[in-house]
Design a protein around this ligand. Structure first.
Ligand SMILES: [Zn+2]
Length: 143
């Protein structure tokens, strides 16, 4: 038998104005305690909802970072970096006959395609630190 049921039984059996007044005072205390508890729980719920939104945002950012890193790992498997530029594997143990941008991995070109003193330039503005004339030697050093 719970506390309230016990009081109810007591009041029914020995009902008096004094007991009823004590009973009402006890109920008021319990109601006030429950209201306080409800307020605390509402505040905690608001904090938890805010924290949940923040964590969801952090999770989305972490997932985007993971996607970027997976793409980077894939790119690293496809490209080999040397002298700041990238060389793309051809899948047959060699490399495509092109030099790729060290910044955006787009294919680069020299001004004339023949002048050994030309550097390779990308449309993004990046350029190689080596010249067309050094390309063959660099290719021979690729793994
Ligand atoms: Zn570029």
């Amino acid at each position: 038998m719970g506390l309230l049921a016990s009081f109810d039984a007591l009041i029914r059996e020995h009902g008096s104005a004094s007991i009823l007044k004590d009973h009402l005072a006890l109920l008021r205390e319990q109601i006030a305690a429950l209201e306080n508890k409800s307020s605390v729980l509402s505040n905690e719920n608001a904090i938890l909802k805010r924290d949940k939104l923040e964590l969801q945002s952090q999770l989305e950012n972490a997932n985007m970072t993971i996607r970027d890193l997976k793409q980077h790992v894939n790119d690293l498997g496809e490209f080999t970096e040397s002298h700041g530029a990238y060389f793309k594997k051809d899948g047959n143990g060699g490399y495509h006959n092109a030099v790729y941008c060290g910044a955006c991995k787009s294919q680069t070109a020299t001004m004339t395609g023949r002048n050994p003193r030309d550097v390779f330039r990308c449309k993004c503005g990046w350029q190689t630190s080596f010249t067309k004339g050094m390309e063959t030697q660099i290719r021979q050093s690729l793994p």
